[in-house]
Structures are given as C-alpha cells and as structure tokens.
Design a protein around this ligand. Structure first.
Ligand code: PGA
Length: 254
C-alpha cells in the first residue's frame, strides 16, 4: 500500500511565534486523530524551521520540511540554504520545484535535476512539484507539459532513488485561486503520471511512489479528491494555515 501524506506548505507566512502556535494547534488535532498511517508534514519558512521543530511541543507524527534548498554544497550563493544546513537542524524533507519557485524565481528543470542529486547524495527526501499552467490545459498540452517536467527533473535518477521522492501534481491554475481540479481531472493526471513513470522505471516504481494533489484543497473537498485511487494525499497551501481546516484535510485521508 502506498503511503498517504498531507503536507502543509506555509509559504512566506507567519512570524516565529505564529508558526509555533499553528504547529502546536495542528499537533493537538493530530494527537487525537485516527489516521495512524498518514504522514503529516508542515513546511514553515526557513527562519521558523528550527523553533518549530525544536522548541515547540509537537506530536511525534508531525514532520517538518523546508520549502526549498540550493543544489550546491556551500559557497557564494547569497540568500540560499544548503542541504547540510537543513540536515544540521534535523530537516530531511524538502519541497522542490514549487510553481511559485519556477514562476517567480526562474527555477528551471535543469536546476531541479541538480537539486535532486543533492537530495539523494545527502539521504534526504524531496516533495517534487510540477503541473501545467492554464494555457497548457486549455490547449490540451497538459499531459505533454507534465511528462516533460517529470522527464527533465527526475529521469536521470535510478529506480532505487525513487524511494526518496514524493510527487506533487499541482496544476498552476488551481493554486491559490479557489479553483480546484475536479477529482476526475486529478485522477486522470495521476494515472497518466504513473504510466509515464512505469514506461521508464517499471510498474513497481510507478505503483509505489506517493503522488499528492495540490491546488485549492480545502476541508470541504479533500476527502473526495483523496478518495481517487491514484491520489495519495495533498500538498496544501492556504488551508494549511488554519489548524482546524488542515486537521480536517488530514482526516480526509481516512
Ligand atoms: P493552495 O496552494 O492550497 O493555496 O492552492 C497549494 C500549493 O501551493 O502547494
């Protein structure tokens, strides 16, 4: 059985105190939950990783992830953070290739391919994001775009490397817009993603990788989206900032 995962991407929100409060509130919900097999991940901004992870009383099931990471070991990369720095505070999971990174910070497939190697060299795990923009969907190019993002970002890796990858399909037109892909649209794309992976790596890899859906997942629509056979949970933005909503979304993986 594939692992179900609900990950909250807090983006550039919340100061240190507010981050700790939210983490604690989420933790209190998770403690009482009966979803023992669902991984729960929160991704605060860099400055809040350490206090949230080490100075907040969290349920043991809550994992803390970073929102990005540079591919180089160290050096003259002003404003960036390395794998070693994250590992030194116990962070092993990193969201990579979020559409906001691709769109506003020119993160390319090539850079992401390099970041993946850094992840693997450091025994870390990536939540690798990809997805089409509205024009691609309108022109029927969405499958082609998704396939090329997967190939360019991930297909230089070995089958074994895929144990360290979680995929997050996030149609850009659904992120922060309130517009969600329908459960059928999500399922259709997730099944297609498995076909593409299977053609390169075989059915075992394709069947075992968790594929999350992201884009305006809310407490009210999570359970229906997560009930699709190839949807293994979600990467949540806005609704991850409200503990009760995030808890309901986690509950949606039951
Ligand atoms: P959203 O963001 O849930 O606010 O649409 C999702 C994401 O960016 O991961």
């Amino acid at each position: 059985m594939r692992t179900k995962i609900v990950a909250g991407n807090w983006k550039m929100n919340l100061d240190v105190r507010a981050s700790q409060t939210l983490a604690q509130e989420i933790s209190m919900f998770v403690e009482k939950m009966e979803t023992p097999h669902t991984r729960v991940i929160i991704a605060p901004t860099y400055t809040n990783l350490y206090p949230v992870y080490h100075h907040t009383k969290l349920d043991h099931r809550i994992e803390v992830a970073a929102q990005n990471m540079h591919q180089a070991k160290n050096g003259a990369f002003t404003g960036e953070i390395s794998a070693e720095m994250l590992l030194s505070i116990g962070i092993k999971t990193v969201i990579l290739g979020h559409s906001e990174r691709r769109q506003y910070f020119n993160e390319t497939d090539e850079a992401l391919a390099a970041k993946m190697l850094t992840i693997l060299n450091n025994n870390m795990e990536a939540i690798f994001c990809f997805g089409e923009v509205l024009e691609d969907r309108k022109s029927g190019n969405h499958f082609k775009v998704v396939e090329s993002q997967l190939k360019n970002g991930l297909f230089h890796l070995s089958a074994n490397d895929w144990k360290s990858i979680v995929l997050a399909y996030e149609p850009v037109w659904a992120i922060g817009t309130g517009e969600t892909a329908s459960p059928e649209q999500a399922q259709e794309m997730h099944a297609f993603i498995r076909t593409v992976i299977s053609a390169q790596y075989g059915a075992e890899v394709a069947d075992s990788v968790s594929i999350l859906y992201g884009g305006s997942v809310k407490a009210s629509n999570a359970a229906e989206i997560f009930s699709q056979p190839d949807v293994d949970g979600g990467l949540i933005g806005g609704a991850a900032l409200v503990a009760e909503d995030f808890a309901k979304i986690i509950q949606g993986t039951l």
